[in-house]
Design a protein around this ligand. Structure first.
Ligand SMILES: [Zn+2]
Length: 566
């Protein structure tokens, strides 16, 4: 699942990670997946350990590791006799990722007076699938004061064709009581202003060093001119620069107040990524001529986040996160109590005495999402021999971690008619769980998200399938609650199908201490959980793939170009 931006707001607490110091990687025995057509643990284990091996280099989209992983998936589809459904008769659909970096020659002038790049203004980089990152090249654009985002901001209509200066949405205060710059909500609150000529967000002087590093860092992003979501030119400005653009002090200014004009050319340079990024797409053709033109889609993501810039101490990280950060990168770490610090130190020392310091710099992503990828492969192997009436469309999306780009591109450019996709089943992180692993969860918990949002009938069928499998899960809908702070419904590939009105069900076993850590390794995965998820998905696909009508859509269809609502 792609991470949220919340940790960027809590630099003060990152200190305790400093406890982790340098150390070495690992290797695992592998067994062949060739003999068992049924979903079996041996098959799941072979896929999982291969995809999560150090040699896959954390499967980062746009790099060699992800190419290696997608080659592996395609090789197995070919072996199973699954029909290629990518481009030009292959299993692959190339996703146009680019490496977007700031254009240091960016200019912005108020009337004729220049603002200083990187001092008065800084172009706003794309943040995930957000609206930023477009190029501005205009003269004499009228400026208007937009008010505070999320509070008294002007309407998108009032913003059309103008350069709008906004105050940021209300954000948290620092320990010193100063206003901090919220990044995460920016994209959501600015998305409706796609018709503006450009936007300026006040607060460059509030950005913390980690935030400034984030804004200056090149970003791998999707360059798809046909995407239903325009990219808008945006800049972060200081209050002083904003007042020059508005020709008046901010204090007391009414939203809608006209300012001066701006001109200039600012934005980003795009360069190709090191390696191509590819979705892997295969079809198991339906056995019923009347229904094989309809598809039940199955998804998982092939990518993860690559290699850590600094090697870490595997045991230290795992030990401390187990206590201070039980859902991994999904939360900011807390400070240990003195008693905890002593206990953790002692435990770490004894591990170091037992086997020395284990240096680790690869984000193996065993659970995220080598587990879903492996289950989807095993399920495909089963249906290759036992097809349903409808066709099954398997898509291993790339670049999920970077902003759901693979799924966004596939659903904008599907290789089958989009309206023939009757349901999408998404698996992301399906190998962990249980109270010892996922804080606050019950034994045998499986989280379901979105299963009733577009089709109540689909939600019922998932429950029925679960009730009938050999190992039913305790289905948990808590992460699917409207406005749930973790935003789980918006953080994985299924949403890209749901935005087009396709009923989806998202299955996940939840966050844990190794989430987006170098410690997310296969030896911590539960093959039983993966097999049981495989059984449930197999039976659900059998049901939806063979039913005489497509699941009835009775929910609200979102705007494909809009922002996801949890
Ligand atoms: Zn994931």
């Amino acid at each position: 699942m792609k991470p949220s931006l919340r940790p960027l707001l809590a630099p003060a607490l990152l200190g305790c990670l400093a406890l982790a110091c340098p150390a070495p990687g690992h290797s695992q025995a592998r067994t062949s997946a060739r003999t068992a057509p049924e979903i079996s643990k041996a098959v799941l284990r072979a896929h999982l350990y291969t995809l999560a091996d150090d040699s896959m280099q954390g499967r980062d989209a746009g790099r060699a590791g992800n190419v290696r992983a997608t080659d592996y998936i395609a090789r197995h589809l070919r072996r199973m006799g699954v029909e290629p459904a990518g481009e030009n008769g292959t299993y692959f659909q190339t996703v146009p990722l680019v490496r977007r970096s700031l254009d240091p020659a960016s200019t912005l002038r108020v009337d004729a007076a220049p603002l200083a790049y990187d001092t008065d203004f800084l172009p706003l980089r794309p943040i995930g699938l957000t609206v930023f990152g477009g190029r501005f090249q205009r003269d004499g654009v009228p400026v208007v004061y937009g008010g505070r985002l999320g509070a008294d901001a002007i309407t998108p209509e009032q913003a059309r064709g103008r350069f709008v200066v906004f105050l940021p949405p209300a954000g948290p205060q620092s320990a010193q009581g100063t206003q901090m710059l919220p990044i995460g909500p920016l994209s959501e609150v600015l998305a409706p202003y796609g018709g503006a000529a450009g936007v300026a967000v006040v607060g460059l002087e509030l950005a913390t060093p980690p935030q400034l590093r984030y804004f200056h860092a090149p970003v791998i992003t999707l360059a798809d001119p046909a995407a239903p979501r325009p990219t808008m030119p945006g800049v972060l400005v200081t209050s002083a620069a904003a007042e020059r653009m508005l020709g008046a002090p901010l204090a007391g200014l009414r939203p809608g107040a006209a300012g001066r004009t701006v001109s200039g050319a600012f934005g980003f340079h795009d360069a190709p990524t090191e390696a191509p990024a590819r979705n892997v797409v295969g079809i198991i053709r339906g056995r019923d001529p009347a229904l094989r033109g309809e598809y039940v889609a199955v998804g998982a993501h092939s990518d993860h986040v690559g290699i850590s810039p600094v090697p870490l101490d595997h045991d230290s990280l795992r030990l401390y996160n187990g206590v201070l950060r039980p859902s991994g990168l999904n939360e900011a770490p807390r400070q240990p109590t003195p008693e905890e610090a002593t206990r953790l130190r002692a435990a770490l020392d004894s591990l170091h005495r037992a086997h020395g310091v284990r240096r680790d710099s690869i984000f193996n992503g065993a659970d995220d999402d080598a587990s879903g990828t492996s289950v989807a492969l095993a399920v495909a192997e089963y249906f290759a021999k036992h097809p349903t009436r409808r066709s099954l469309l398997f898509v291993w999306h790339t670049a999920e971690e970077k902003g759901l780009f693979g799924a966004s591109y596939y659903t904008d450019h599907p290789t089958v008619p989009r309206d023939s996709i009757v349901t999408q089943v998404n698996m992301d992180q399906v190998s962990r769980g249980g109270p010892a692993d996922v804080a606050g969860s019950r034994p045998n918990t499986l989280y379901l998200l979105g299963s009733r949002r577009l089709s109540t009938e689909l939600g019922d069928r998932v429950e029925r399938a679960n009730a009938a499998v050999a190992h039913p899960f305790a289905l948990d809908y808590s992460l699917d609650a409207p406005n749930h702070p973790a935003m789980g419904y918006c953080r994985s590939d299924h949403y890209m199908y749901a935005r087009y009105g396709i009923p989806i069900v998202f299955l996940s076993a939840g966050w844990h201490r190794d989430y987006h850590m170098v410690t997310d390794e296969p030896q911590y995965a539960s093959l039983d959980t993966m097999q049981h998820v495989g059984d449930l998905v197999r039976d659900l696909l059998r049901d939806v793939g063979d039913m005489d009508h497509r699941p009835k859509v009775d929910g609200v269809r979102p705007d494909p170009g809009g922002t996801c609502r949890q």
